[in-house]
Design a protein around this ligand. Structure first.
Ligand SMILES: [Zn+2]
Length: 353
């Protein structure tokens, strides 16, 4: 079954973690033995090879560089430095395109063409990617955003962690201010997809009240299941459903079970499994009364590895275990296809007309 993943930090892994994603997961793990500069060394789950193995033919792939110091990801001192970092990441995606490993998708025609090629298996299985920016601090001004659009950017999240330039993100409290409003106006004008993931509650609702364009949540779970502001409340989920949006559920263990302690808990000690991922999918389906608004936004290798993801997932190819769990819970074949790929594809087809 074709799987779409709506959130992967591929370039971050390649450029900052120094992982050659053209190799197997096993090979990358071996190459990191003895390294301890990052908590997830030797525990990676993603490579382009593993994605092919799992029939993950399409993904949203990020550029990522914030300006917030002291958070768990690199914080730059200025937008200009953050911009440079994201340009390095883009250069890696372009290099993968030249190798035939990836294919950038920016329009409906390109989407349809890619899916046809993927299903027919006619080329060397280039993985399709839609370029997204996670946290907008690298956007120096609105001209920069136009330049990014010309480079193929099609989705953007205004904030990541902490207080950003355009909005307040995870673990902060505050609104979007005049800069955020200017950004949202430009996003709408360019027909970019607004990614509401990582917005704190106040910034989320301020955004919802003034933004009329296309929006999704690329990697978000349910607050009902793990009570943290990074997760969406039922009201937030319902708002997204009402706007014909798409929500990708994430596989980071702390977002799947309550009381996860980073660096202390293990997938085994808290029995974190793909069943917990399906709990989140199911909760969103129950709120919408159908299977049309949810998919997979795994965030695998998003600064955590299999020390902090479901115990029954060794590599990203194991996303293929989710359909069986959905079936056991009574989901029909078409429901399962909706969740694994069709909802995402339909979202783009509806909005990229
Ligand atoms: Zn994220």
């Amino acid at each position: 079954m074709l799987i779409v993943d709506s959130h992967l930090d591929l370039a971050m892994n390649a450029v900052e973690w120094n992982r050659d994603l053209t190799l197997s997961v096993e090979h990358i793990r071996n190459s990191e033995s003895g390294m301890n500069d990052k908590p997830d060394r030797g525990n990676n789950t993603v490579s382009l090879e593993a994605m092919r193995k799992g029939n993950i033919g399409l993904c949203v792939a990020t550029q990522i560089a914030g300006c917030v110091k002291g958070e768990n990801l690199q914080g730059w001192s200025s937008s200009h430095q953050a911009w440079a970092q994201t340009q390095g990441q883009l250069a890696w995606y372009k290099a993968m395109e030249e190798l035939g490993e990836m294919r950038q998708i920016t329009s409906l025609d390109e989407l349809n063409n890619h899916l046809e090629l993927w299903i027919q298996n006619v080329d060397n299985q280039a993985i399709g990617y839609i370029l997204s920016l996670e946290g907008a601090d690298s956007i120096i001004d609105m001209q920069t955003l136009e330049n990014s659009y010309r480079q193929g950017l099609r989705a953007i999240g205004p904030a990541h962690y902490g207080k950003g330039i355009y909005a307040h993100g995870t673990n902060s409290i505050g609104g979007i201010g005049s800069k955020g409003k200017e950004l949202l106006k430009k996003i709408e004008e360019l027909d970019l997809i607004l990614d509401v993931t990582h917005l704190c509650d106040q910034s989320f609702w301020e955004t919802i009240n003034i933004y009329n364009g296309i929006l999704w949540a690329s990697h978000n779970n349910c607050r009902k299941l793990v009570n943290h502001e990074r997760q969406f409340s039922d009201d937030q989920i319902k708002e997204l459903i009402n706007r014909e949006s798409f929500i990708g559920v994430a596989l980071d263990a702390w977002m799947l079970v309550p009381n996860w302690k980073r660096g202390v808990s293990s997938p085994e000690s808290l029995n974190v499994s793909l069943e917990n991922v399906v709990d989140n999918i199911d909760h969103i389906c129950q709120l919408s009364g159908n299977s049309f608004h949810v998919g997979i936004g795994s965030d695998l290798d998003g600064a955590f590895g299999n020390e902090q993801c479901p115990r029954d997932l060794n590599t990203i190819a194991d996303l293929q275990k989710i359909p069986k769990i959905l079936k056991e819970r009574g989901y029909s074949k078409s429901d399962i296809e909706n969740i694994m790929s069709e909802n995402f594809i339909r979202f783009l087809r509806n909005n990229w007309k």
